[in-house]
Every structure is written in C-alpha cells, then in structure tokens.
Design a protein around this ligand. Structure first.
Ligand code: ADP
Ligand code: MG
Ligand code: ZN
Length: 203
C-alpha cells in the first residue's frame, strides 16, 4: 500500500479516487461497458487490475467475458483474477495500480463496499459492474450500497425478449429457488417490467 496522504502538507491536491457503478439486468451490456472503460484506461497507459468473484472457477486466472453476439467479434474479453472474498481482492491490489475493475460485484460479500471505499480514498478509480436486481426483482446486495457511495452510477438496459421494450429485469427460465444460479441465455432472459414475472417457477 502507498503511504496515506498527509492532508496538512502541500501539495494539497489529492489523487482523485472515485467509485463508478455500472448496473442493470442480464444482457444489458454491463460487462461490455466495463471492458470499454478499462480499454480506454489502458490506452491512457494507466495500470489496471480486473477482478471477478470466484463462484465455481478452480483457477485464479480467468477472463471477464461479455454476452456479445458472436457476430460482434473479439475484443469483448478482459484478463482478470478470480477471488473468493473481497478481502482477498484488496490484498491483491498492487502498489502502482491506478484503476480497479470488478465484474459481477453482486456475488461479493458486503465488505466489498468498504474495500471499494478504501481503494477510492487512496486515489484509485474503482469501476464496479453488477446486477441491480435478483431473479425475483429484489435489490441484489451489495449493489444498492455500492450505488449509494459511488460518485457515478450508470444504469444500462437490455431489450425485452418478449415485447422489444427496454428491459430492466432478469427472468429466470428454470425452476431453481436459489438466488445465486450462475448461467447464461439458457437460464435467463431480459424482460421489461410488464413482461417480467417474479415467481420461483416459470416453466
Ligand atoms: P451483461 O454483462 O449486462 O450481462 P454483456 O455485456 O455480457 O451484458 O452483454 C451484452 C450483449 O448481450 C449485447 O451487446 C448483445 O450482443 C447481447 N444480448 C443478448 N441478448 C440481449 C438482449 N435481450 N438485449 C440486449 N442485448 C442482448
Ligand atoms: Mg456481465
Ligand atoms: Zn416486455
């Protein structure tokens, strides 16, 4: 960790740390937007570290991958490190890192909020992407807490697979009554408020 800033001594300008949250339903482009921001930071020759929660990966080295259609091609993945806890994420932050990218933040423990705050207080730019709602349309903690302390919140939207309207919800297509069910288009689809059905068993 770099030494903490002495606010009583010049230069008085502090490093401008901040928290940015990118949120919305599944397929809304959260990961695409996270990758876009990271690539811009890399163009600016900033040192970036990307993390995701370890859900079922056995390996630490992993990638952040968007649902981008195959036709949209490459460039939609990012090298990342999978960590089991927010504590382990914080420990892996290197001294010269300027930007932290975190995907699927809804799967982290609540301490991720304090970790993001500490990193931003130290002058890092922390960019966090995650689902704002679970499969029943309930706030998906700790995203609400992250949104509350963030300087910037961007809500992105998918297209409702039923009616084509702007989608804000993730419809679970299979009957599993657990909040954490990792899956893609075989298990979930994007729906608008009108087409979304908040129930345990859909089919
Ligand atoms: P998220 O991280 O929010 O789940 P991604 O960035 O992984 O989203 O994927 C966004 C991409 O998903 C879109 O650019 C598009 O190619 C694809 N996609 C698939 N289904 C939909 C949908 N119903 N609405 C919008 N985009 C969709
Ligand atoms: Mg994503
Ligand atoms: Zn709809």
């Amino acid at each position: 960790m770099p030494p903490s800033v002495d606010r009583s001594q010049p230069p008085f300008r502090l490093p401008a740390g901040s928290i940015e949250v990118i949120t919305g339903s599944m397929f809304s482009g959260k990961t695409e937007e996270l990758i876009r921001r990271v690539k811009r930071a890399l163009f600016a020759r900033q040192r970036v570290q990307a993390f995701k929660p370890r859900i079922d990966d056995r390996y630490d080295k992993t990638r952040i991958v968007s649902h981008a259609a195959a036709a949209e091609g490459a460039g939609k993945t990012l090298e990342a490190v999978a960590v089991a806890t927010s504590e382990s994420l914080e420990q892996r932050v290197e001294d010269d890192t300027q930007v932290i990218a975190i995907d699927e933040a809804q799967f982290f423990d609540r301490d991720i909020v304090d970790v993001a705050q500490r990193l931003a207080d130290r002058g890092l730019r922390v960019i966090v992407a995650g689902l704002d709602q679970d499969y029943l349309g309930r706030p998906f903690h700790p995203m609400p807490e992250l949104m509350a302390v963030a300087e910037h919140v961007t809500k992105v939207h998918a297209v409702c697979t039923v009616c084509g309207a702007e989608a804000s919800r993730s419809q679970r297509l299979i009957s599993e009554a657990v909040t954490v069910l990792v899956g893609g288009s075989e298990s979930y689809e994007a729906r608008c408020r009108m087409c979304f059905e908040a129930k345990e068993i859909v089919k």
